[in-house]
Unconditional design. Structure first.
Length: 185
């Protein structure tokens, strides 16, 4: 099912929208100070070249939708929504710790339910990734279960064949959530 295009001002100065291949220069700038694997999936660590960024956005468009949280032409955080309703996120180093990932994740979870018609969204987080766990919890996601040996391990942009455990967090606004008193977005 193709997802609708997102383009919304979510707070004064912050815009959440679908990223396309024409946004490659924004990814180049956003990854300029990154040394760890940036974003998600089969990609090089930052910084990206213009070709890396364009290729990533083009390849991602086949299996997921990429979104950005922007302040004007500055990319503050990125998000991916995969066909099976998994959400992933990344914040450029200069913008970490400012709540941008939380703001965008809350918006995307709500948008996925209300605009895209997805009944449930979830996150796969590597145990020990404390910053990501804090983002998930602050955005209203709740721990669901440990998926042992579930997540593939990437090295140098390639799958290694090995897997690691993942903590699965689900959106508290999901239609399938049964926990009473879950906070709305």
């Amino acid at each position: 099912m193709p997802l609708p295009y997102a383009d919304a001002v979510i707070t004064p100065g912050l815009r959440f929208r679908t990223l396309t291949e024409t946004d490659a220069p924004l990814l180049v700038e956003a990854t300029a100070t990154e040394t760890a694997p940036a974003l998600w999936g089969p990609n090089p660590p930052g910084p990206y070249t213009l070709a890396d960024a364009a290729t990533a956005l083009r390849e991602w468009s086949d299996e997921q939708v990429s979104f950005g949280l922007l302040d004007g032409d500055r990319l503050l955080a990125t998000f991916g929504l995969m066909a099976e309703a998994e959400i992933c996120y990344w914040t450029p180093p200069p913008h970490r710790g400012n709540g941008y990932a939380v703001t965008g994740l809350r918006f995307l979870a709500r948008w996925s339910l209300e605009q895209a018609g997805l009944g449930r969204t979830w996150l796969e987080i590597q145990p020990g990734n404390e910053p990501s766990l804090r983002v998930a919890e602050r955005a209203g996601f709740r721990f669901d279960h440990l998926a042992a040996g579930h997540c593939p391990i990437w090295e140098d942009g390639r799958l290694t064949g090995a897997r690691h455990d993942c903590l699965i967090y689900v959106s508290s606004g999901s239609r399938t959530t049964s926990s009473p008193g879950a906070e709305p977005y």
